[in-house]
Design a protein around this ligand. Structure first.
Ligand code: ADP
Ligand code: MG
Length: 289
């Protein structure tokens, strides 16, 4: 990978980010056992609610098969992580700005290449990522569904993980399978659960309890915390069709209000930050896996 010149580097740095120096960004992985439960919509709408609350947010679109954050946001990025590894673009140049000023890092096939970087490419990439990390408060990762290696790696490397459930029984069994792999083989013990596509909080709690009963019985020393729910909302698929965020298009919609509430919860409920809780360590961890 050729190193871009410093003038190249200055171009296209995303956002006039104002952020307390020295505070490492939180890295939150949004994942699920089963596809189609609403991960990408949760990631993008949460990101929007967080930027509205004054946070600098970066989305990493890490779903290799169905990378579609850009489509949901009505963006068409020309470059992605692959071009960074080719040496054609700096990391800052491939970032795109979305609604409210959120930043998106289109990853595409670049994610696969992470495993094949030379030592100098790795160091260069980590330095660039650390630089971007200084400008953001929260990185949200939209992963693929299931238990393939990529999904597992992102979950291990992230400081926090949120698993999305829907009321469908397969979403529960698939989430259980994912939690089992992460907790028993990789010692990942803390998960937060968000239930999507429900009629009410009562239904969400029923779904959450079904999973936590089984997890408590069969998996050791693990903690599942209920983060909240997002109601089924007709306005959401309508917004998807218009390639807009429901929170932007219909701020009064039930789902939009809930995304705001969830963002407040995420901001106030600070996890115990690990000493290595910054974006450079996140990537370092990912590259080491
Ligand atoms: N809360 C919701 N209310 C109504 N429809 C939803 C909701 N969440 C997701 N959907 C529908 O489910 C589809 C799949 O969501 P998506 O975020 O793409 O899932 P995933 O990223 O998990 O595959 C969306 O296009 C939307 O139509
Ligand atoms: Mg998706």
């Amino acid at each position: 990978m050729a190193r871009p010149s410093s003038s190249q580097k200055r171009k296209g740095v995303g956002g006039k980010a104002i952020k307390k120096p020295g505070v490492p960004p939180r890295v939150i992985c949004i994942t699920s056992g089963k596809g189609g439960v609403g991960k990408s919509n949760v990631v993008t709408n949460l990101a929007y609610a967080l930027v509205k609350a004054g946070k600098k947010v970066l989305i990493l679109d890490a779903d290799l098969n169905l990378a579609n954050v850009d489509i949901l946001l009505g963006l068409s990025p020309r470059f992605n992580l692959h071009h960074v590894f080719l040496g054609e673009k700096t990391l800052a140049e491939v970032l795109v700005k979305g609604p409210g000023g959120m930043l998106i890092l289109p990853a595409s096939s670049g994610i696969m290449e992470l495993a094949e970087l030379t030592e100098s490419q790795r160091l260069y990439f980590l330095e660039e990522m650390a630089e971007i990390g200084q400008k953001i408060d929260i990185m949200l990762i939209d992963t693929a569904a299931g238990i393939n290696n990529n999904v597992v790696y992102f979950n291990i490397a992230a400081q926090e993980r949120v698993i999305i459930l829907s009321p469908e029984p397969t979403s529960l069994t698939d989430a259980y399978a994912l939690i089992k792999v992460l907790s028993s083989r990789h010692d990942v013990k803390r998960f937060r659960i968000l239930v999507n596509l429900v009629k009410s909080e009562k239904e969400a709690l029923t779904v959450f309890r079904k999973l936590s009963v089984v997890a408590d019985r069969f998996l050791d020393s693990m903690s599942l915390d209920y983060l909240g729910y997002v109601p089924y909302d007709d306005k959401l698929p309508k917004a998807v069709r218009a390639q807009r965020l429901v929170s932007d298009l219909h701020p009064e919609a039930a789902s939009s209000k809930m995304f705001t509430k969830l963002s407040e919860k995420i901001i106030t409920e600070k996890p115990e930050l690990r000493a290595d809780g910054n974006i450079k360590f996140f990537w370092q961890g990912l590259l080491d896996l």
